[in-house]
Structures are given as C-alpha cells and as structure tokens.
Design a protein around this ligand. Structure first.
Ligand code: GLN
Length: 289
C-alpha cells in the first residue's frame, strides 16, 4: 500500500482494492467494518457519515499492517488484537484461541442455570478468559476462579478481567497433573472447553486456524481424544459441592462418548446439548455423591 491516502473513504477503497483478489466482497465489507470500528470506534453508519474525515499517518500505518496480514490469511481477530464474545470486548493474542460462537452457547447455558444463588465457579483451561469473565460479568454474586497451563494465556485473561471490570482469581496449573498446593474452595459449577480436536481432523480444518491458533489449546491424540475429560472429571469429583455441576464443550463427534464417560465417572443427570448448527457441542452432569 504505497499510495498516499487522506480520507476514510480513500482508505476504504484502498483496502477493497488490496483484498479483492483474496476475499469475497461480503467478507471485505465485514473486515472494513471491523477495522474502522477498531481504529475510529465508528459504527458502519458513522463510518459512512464521516467518510471525508482525514486519516492520521499512525492509523494509516496500522491499516496497512492489518491489510497485509489479511492478504496472508491471518485471522482478523489476531490482527486487531481483540474480538467480541457474549457482547463483551476481549483482548486476544497468539497464545489463546479466538473465542467461538459455540462457546457463547455454553456460557448462555450456565448463566440460565446459575442466574440466582451466588455460585462459586471454576473455569479450567481458561485461555483468553472468555468463559470465566463472561460468567463473572453476567452472574451476579458469583465468585469465579480460572486455571490455565499457559502463563501467556493467563496474562491475557487477567487483562480481560480488568477490561470488563470483573474479578476472577487466576491460577497457573496443568489439569493433567494438577497441583494440590492450590487452595481452592468447593465449587457449584466447574466448566471447561479443553483441547478436543483429534490430530486426524487437522486435514479437515481451515488453514488459517491451523497456521495461526495455538495447537496446545486445540489438539489431542487420536487414540486418547478424551484425555482432558478424564482428568477434569476426576478433578471435579474432588472439587465440586454435592449437587454441583460439571459443564463441558465437546467435539461434535464425541457426544455419546462424553456422556458415557461422565456417567462412568459417577455423574448424574448427564445431558447432551446441540449448538446452533445442530451439532452435539455441550454436555453437563451433576455430582451427587
Ligand atoms: N471449537 C474449536 C475449533 O473447532 C476447538 C476448541 C477446542 O479444541 N476446545 O477450532
């Protein structure tokens, strides 16, 4: 992008021209709304009204970097360093997954079930903190804790808790080898969206996911796809109150296996739930013993 530009409209035209051989028009339009919304805090209609506004060199340079990244198929959320989840803004970076709409449905399920009662909640493998922070924000009186194995992820999650004016207690821990040192209370709800994509599914995945998102947060061995679910069920049995609930996001192919696992581990009222795309995506069960 060497051409000198002066106004928002000129910049929009330039972005369109730069991306037109790489993306369909509808996608370019939504990139433009996101980029200019990010740089100027304008809605699409404000953008239109202010199209003759001058663009600073600083913003022009940011725009050029973002456009170059898009041409290399880098996800827009990483290029902007932020995204939206459950109506809240979240910082993100290469150490964390981009929050997915399916996970918003998991959050919705928990909010509906725990709206009253000041629950104590733990999110395992919190990543960007999108689940923990949304629950802390929208369940009044909740006390939310969150774990992750990655200190990089926890730095981002901390920022997101602050950004959204919530209090979440964060801990670094590996759920496959949990440290008993951490002094946690008993929980009303434990939730996790752990890695669940099988290595063999890699070839079906979009290249921009594979090339940009943290494999640590995505993949599990083909022959042990529920490794995190085993570990989390065992952990939950020690850390849930009697009558507490364990919630998971799951691989759409593993609905029945996840239900069976929870039942075998001693959970009751095990329930499978589909996402908006009609895929088995969530499971929950209660701890009665
Ligand atoms: N839903 C994510 C994806 O399909 C995977 C999330 C996960 O592994 N927990 O890319």
């Amino acid at each position: 992008m060497n051409t000198p530009v002066t106004t928002i409209q000129d910049c929009i035209n330039l972005v369109k021209k730069e991306l037109q051989t790489t993306y369909p028009d509808t996608e370019i339009r939504s990139f433009i709304n996101l980029i200019f919304g990010h740089l100027f805090s304008y809605s699409p209609s404000q953008l239109y009204i202010n199209q003759n506004q001058a663009v600073s060199t600083n913003n022009y340079e940011k725009l050029a970097t973002i456009t170059e990244g898009l041409k290399k198929y880098r996800p827009i959320q990483y290029l902007l360093g932020e995204t939206e989840f459950y109506g809240l803004k979240f910082k993100i970076g290469p150490a964390v997954l981009i929050p997915r709409p399916e996970t918003e449905e998991l959050v919705q399920w928990i909010i509906e079930s725990f709206r009253d009662g000041n629950p104590t909640i733990l999110d395992i493998g919190t990543g960007s903190g999108c689940i923990a922070v949304s629950l802390a924000k929208f369940i009044q009186g909740s006390k939310v804790f969150a774990l992750d194995v990655s200190t990089y992820a926890l730095e981002i999650a901390q920022k997101n808790a602050r950004l959204n004016k919530t209090t979440v207690s964060f801990y670094v821990d590996d759920i496959l080898k949990p440290q008993t040192k951490i002094n946690l209370p008993l929980f009303d709800c434990i939730v996790s969206n752990p890695p669940y994509v099988k290595e063999q599914e890699k070839e079906l995945m979009q290249k921009n996911v594979l090339d940009n998102e943290p494999h640590l947060a995505l993949f599990v061995p083909d022959n042990d796809a529920l490794v995190f679910y085993h570990a989390i069920c065992n952990f939950a049995k020690q850390h849930l109150k009697k009558g507490g609930w364990l919630y998971f996001e799951i691989n759409e192919q593993l609905g029945e296996s996840a239900v069976e696992l929870m039942q075998t581990k001693g959970f009751s009222n095990v329930e499978l739930k589909k996402d908006l795309f009609d895929k088995d995506r969530m499971v929950r069960g209660s701890w009665k013993i």
